[in-house]
Design a protein around this ligand. Structure first.
Ligand code: KIV
Ligand code: NA
Length: 257
């Protein structure tokens, strides 16, 4: 049985941590799904990881749809969520509905994620949820606002922490099925996680969240620049470079084929 949004809420109640990773194409999605990941996010970080952009800002709805289709074809079990890209939802709830609707209808993913909280985004979330579109929230460091916030840790002052806390509450009230907490203090993530009935999925937000997410390219050691909270479980860059050099040597020395 494929993972559902309701199941993730049950996992929180059972204290079973939710394993989430990002994917950008068929091959990587298939591997993650076979390894038993609960939720696969077609994150707009693919703008950097797969397309070579400097930030997530330039990626278009068309490009996200293109990648989400490929990911979806690779997944049988995990819940698949696709990011709404920058400026495909901020204008109005109606704009968000058109973008989210295209993503669900054209790609077959089950849910969308958007960044931000109170008040405008929470209204948009409730508009989408009422129409039957499950929404994953995202507060704290929101990379689509990089020119406003930078990539620094959010919620370090009590005022900022309180704002993020209220945003999370507003997103739950709006009907989000879970919320990503990015780069905030662990104590703040704990406060939010204890307060909400829906799961929190942390990235650089400490150990107390109901689940964790990493950008898969960071986790596999495929990226040159990594955020401070990333952990590489393997160095694929080294492994791939070595394999290419071995192949190259064998071709030059006419050992292969
Ligand atoms: O785009 C992305 O990869 C994300 C995760 C880091 C949560 O939004
Ligand atoms: Na994202």
């Amino acid at each position: 049985m494929a993972v559902t949004t309701q199941q993730l809420i049950q996992y929180k109640q059972q204290g079973r941590s939710i394993v989430t990773l990002t994917a950008w194409d068929y091959a990587i999605a298939q591997l993650l799904d076979l390894a038993g990941v609960d939720m696969i996010l077609v994150g707009d970080s693919l703008a950097m990881v797969a397309l070579g952009y400097e930030t997530t800002l330039p990626i278009t709805l068309e490009e996200m749809i293109h990648h989400a289709k490929a990911v979806r074809r690779g997944v049988k079990q995990a819940l698949v969520v696709c990011d709404l890209p920058f400026l495909s939802y901020q204008e109005s709830p109606q704009q968000a509905m058109r973008s989210a609707g295209r993503i669900l209808k054209e790609t077959g993913v089950q849910a969308v994620k958007l960044e931000g909280g109170y008040p405008a985004i929470a209204q948009t979330v409730s508009y989408l949820v009422e129409a039957g579109i499950p929404v994953l929230g995202h507060v704290g460091l929101t990379p689509q606002s990089v020119h406003k916030l930078g990539y620094r840790k959010q919620g370090k002052t009590s005022e900022e922490g309180e704002r993020i806390f209220q945003e999370a509450i507003a997103l739950e009230a709006a009907g989000a099925f879970a919320i990503v907490l990015e780069h905030i203090p662990a104590e703040l993530a704990l406060r939010i996680t204890e307060k909400l009935s829906i799961p929190t999925i942390g990235i650089g937000a400490g150990v107390h969240c109901d689940g964790q997410v990493l950008v898969t390219a960071d986790m596999l050691g495929m990226t040159l620049k990594q955020p401070p909270f990333a952990k590489a479980y393997v160095n694929l860059q080294e492994i791939i470079t070595q394999a290419v050099q071995n192949y190259s040597n064998e071709v030059k020395e006419r050992k292969f084929p």
